[in-house]
Design a binder for this molecule. Structure first.
Ligand code: FES
Length: 164
């Protein structure tokens, strides 16, 4: 029988839960594991962690919302991180952000309607000499202009179209 990817993810998370569920201080490692597996923290996971650790769900939500690394919503297939560090800011990060927002019809921390992209802004990506810079998944793009970022986004869309 072929398992769906949801079943595989659920099984992976259940294993983590069995491994760490009874330990004190398990909440953050479990949330990190959930985020790694699902790429966000689903509601059911919070209730599973609450049950295993006997910590109220409200406290777990408190942890999730305190740490910026955790997301409560699913993300798009590609994550776009627009650098807002000083060098990028000076070199036009705002125009790059605006170009992405308009081109994809999306706002910061939202997903595009087709689920292909999630837009985020981040502090320095560590490649200031390439400012303004954007990272899409693990790929860094530098010395961008509004035109060049639009072209890059189009190439992602085109690739996705060809895969279908
Ligand atoms: S400020 Fe953008 S990469 Fe450093």
């Amino acid at each position: 029988m072929v398992s769906s990817s949801k079943e595989i993810k659920d099984e992976l998370f259940s294993r983590k839960l069995r491994k760490y569920g009874n330990e004190r201080g398990a909440v953050i490692p479990l949330l990190q594991a959930a985020q790694e597996i699902y790429s966000y923290v689903p509601k059911e996971v919070i209730s599973m962690i609450s049950e295993a650790t006997k910590i109220p769900q409200s406290s777990i939500y408190g942890v999730v919302t305190f740490y910026k690394q955790f997301r409560l919503k699913p993300v798009g297939k590609h994550i776009i991180k627009v650098c807002q560090g000083t060098a990028c800011h000076v070199n036009g990060a705002n125009e790059i952000m605006k170009a992405v927002e308009e081109h994809l019809n999306v706002k910061e921390d939202e997903n595009t309607d087709d689920g292909l992209f999630t837009l985020q802004s981040v502090a320095c990506l560590g490649c200031c000499s390439l400012s303004p810079a954007v990272m899409i998944d693990d790929e860094t793009y530098g010395k961008l202009t509004p035109d060049s970022i639009r072209g890059i986004l189009d190439s992602y869309r085109k690739n996705e179209g060809e895969k279908k």
